[in-house]
Unconditional design. Structure first.
Length: 283
């Protein structure tokens, strides 16, 4: 059996920038372990598998795997897959991608795509600053508590979120997998953020327990950050520009918009998508 795949760089307009993604087409013959093995072979932050739509509400159903685990929702795979599928299908406008966390609606643009996270913001428990600092390889005092306490939040996939004072402190972080196993064993990763000015943040995301030491761009974590900032600010809407992957040499730009509604805070994230390669897997 041969399976077609494509790769793209997501949240960038420059080839070999942003976050690489593999999209495997026609994956309905694969079971979960086979998908996991292929994702481990690609060894990217995520690999997305395209399956037939389950009903008329979807254009396709997708499953998303890191090298070590399946995720119910992730941002960069949905943004990248939407752009690649629109090109493959000759489609324009909106696509609806079903996944474990719900339906993700994507709007394809000329240079990329924007998606709506499948669930409203959910805020979980507060985390011990010392434990979070240990995971990031930082002294406890590096975790900035004035903006918000370290906590769990998500819009489909929960992440640990914590703030540091500035980009220099952020650059000094070094993830400690053993500390993650002790303190954050049930979460996919930790997002650290630092302010760069009004409406702009620098972010790093560490996820060693799911095979991603550091991620160049993490839509699923950043939608939680944008939603949390709106919750803290108390307004009706918030726009946020995030740069990520700088310390890795894979600079990424994420554009986020959060809005308060009847069912809570909803968040969108978008950015550029650059196709890179196509090929065939001998499955």
């Amino acid at each position: 059996m041969e399976l077609e795949f494509e790769t793209a760089d997501v949240f960038t307009r420059t080839r070999f920038g942003g976050n690489p993604l593999a999209v495997v087409h026609g994956a309905e013959a694969l079971d979960g372990p086979a998908m996991q093995a292929i994702a481990r072979e690609f060894n990217l932050s995520e690999t997305l598998f395209v399956l037939p739509a389950r009903d008329g509400d979807e254009d396709a159903f997708v499953r998303i795997f890191t090298p070590f685990a399946e995720l119910p929702f992730a941002g960069h795979p949905n943004v990248g897959a939407a752009a690649l599928l629109a090109r493959r299908w000759g489609r324009a406008g909106a696509l609806r991608l079903g996944q474990a966390a719900g339906i993700v609606v994507a709007e394809v643009t000329g240079e990329g795509a924007e998606i709506a996270a499948p669930q409203p913001l959910a805020i979980g428990p507060v985390l011990d600053p010392a434990a979070v600092a240990a995971c990031a390889g930082l002294p406890e005092g590096a975790i900035h508590l004035n903006g918000h306490m370290p906590l769990v939040a998500g819009c489909g996939t929960p992440f640990a979120l914590a703030e540091v004072e500035d980009a220099a402190t952020l650059a000094g972080a070094l993830p400690d997998a053993a500390a993650f196993a002790r303190h954050l064993p049930e979460l996919p990763g930790l997002l650290l953020h630092a302010p760069l000015g009004v409406g702009r943040r620098r972010v790093r995301v560490f996820a060693p327990l799911i095979g991603v030491g550091e991620d160049p761009a993490t839509g699923g974590a950043n939608v939680a950050l944008a939603g949390l900032l709106l919750e803290l600010n108390g307004g009706a809407t918030l726009r946020l520009e995030v740069e990520q992957g700088v310390e890795m040499g894979r600079p990424s730009e994420l554009h986020l918009a959060a809005q308060r509604g009847e069912d809570g805070i909803r968040v969108r994230v978008g950015g550029g998508v650059v196709p890179v390669s196509r090929g065939v897997i001998e499955a």
